[in-house]
Design a binder for this molecule. Structure first.
Ligand code: UT7
Length: 341
């Protein structure tokens, strides 16, 4: 059963942080053989934010985390755990979460990174929820943060037009005061037989850094985009329908679908297969591109800030990515801070 038991778990705060520099499709036209028309038609992306030299994943994660803590009305010392989902850590070790913990001076908190492709965000939310529901933790900061621009081959038009940098965060708590949402259920999957579809092959155990790995461009994101597209279209609709059913819901009872912001065509075609109207989804990939493990945090935060998510509505957050992993988490919106006034 994907429904959580144990103590109820609430989302009590959210935050985001984006680097200042904006890279447009027109800028990309000058860098690779592409056009604004191709990128918009095939993906829906118009701009993305790119970190400045020296601006690290941990910097973005810290800023988003600090905003989420403020929105939850908590102090760093109230945190028991910090989880950072990322595929572009500053270094393989130490992890980003430990640096965020140090910068926040969250002196009572543990810290760990979670790397599971773009789905890391949903995995981290599920683990944080399980930790609070079981009584292990009371307050957990969950962050998705990426500086994928450092891992992209900027001569590869198949990938460089897609990704952007950014961070988003949520605070999960056992205390319902001022809660934005309550977490109801989660379902997580992986098909590791398709691990070749998205990878960053160079520089570690399989392909230690050598003149060859540099020459073959293995130190950059490699993606069989069209096969990813087909995989997601095949796997996601049935999976999402099943997760809804296991949570006692029909897809029609989900008020808002917050998808991993990878490609507008993927979102549209999955919704079509579920017979859900596209007015029930929130899209901001046009502004930010695919920010991997950060994307659903950015979308949830902005959808909430724009007043779209009303109390008692059901929200399904879903992501997919390297592994191939996929998963979802279902929330029920609460009154938030407005309810306390
Ligand atoms: O978050 C991780 C998960 N990743 C994803 O969700 C990515 C999923 N996949 C996709 O979003 C799409 O497959 C892409 C946007 C990556 C590609 O769209 P597509 O409709 O699947 O295009 P395609 O790969 O089948 O390529 C069609 C054509 C090819 O040219 P030919 O062989 O038909 O002559 C490509 O070389 O488009 C060409 N192409 C481009 N043309 C202009 C590929 N990239 C570009 C580009 N600009 N940037």
């Amino acid at each position: 059963m994907p429904l959580f038991s144990g103590k109820p778990v609430f989302v009590t705060g959210t935050g985001i942080h984006l680097p200042k520099r904006v890279l447009t499709n027109q800028d990309l036209e000058k860098m690779v053989d592409t056009t604004d028309e191709w990128i918009v038609e095939r993906t829906g992306i118009r701009t993305r934010h790119i970190a400045a030299p020296g601006e690290l994943t941990s910097d973005l994660a810290y800023a988003a985390g600090l905003e989420a803590l403020g929105s939850a009305g908590l102090k760093p010392e109230n945190l028991d755990m910090i989880l950072v989902a990322t595929n572009s850590p500053d270094t393989l070790f130490p992890g980003v979460a430990a640096k965020v913990q140090g910068k926040l001076e969250a002196t009572r908190a543990g810290a760990a990174d979670l790397q599971s492709g773009c789905t890391g965000c949903v995995y981290a939310l599920a683990i944080a929820t399980a930790g609070i529901a079981s009584g292990l933790w009371e307050n957990v900061l969950v962050v998705g943060a990426e500086v994928l621009s450092s891992l992209i081959n900027w001569q590869d038009r198949n990938t460089c037009v897609l990704f952007g940098d950014g961070a988003g965060a949520m605070v999960l708590s056992s205390n319902p005061a001022g809660a934005l949402a309550r977490i109801l259920s989660s379902d997580l999957r992986s098909d590791g037989t398709r691990h070749d579809l998205i990878s960053f092959p160079g520089g570690l155990v399989e392909n230690p850094t050598s003149p060859n790995t540099l020459e073959e461009n293995l130190h950059s994101v490699q993606m069989k985009g069209n096969e990813v597209f087909k995989f997601v279209n095949q796997a996601l609709p049935g999976f999402l329908r099943e997760s809804c059913e296991k949570s006692g819901l029909e897809p029609a009872q989900i008020d808002w679908w917050i998808f991993h912001q990878a490609n507008l065509r993927i979102i549209d075609s999955v919704l079509k297969r579920l017979q859900v109207d596209s007015s029930k989804t929130f899209v901001n990939l046009d502004k930010y591109g695919n920010t991997s493990a950060a994307s659903v945090f950015l979308a949830f935060h902005e959808a909430y800030a724009e007043g779209k998510l009303a109390p008692s509505q059901k929200v399904l957050i879903t992501s997919f990515g390297a592994g191939m992993t996929y998963g979802d988490i279902i929330l029920e919106m609460q009154g938030g801070r407005h309810a306390e006034k």
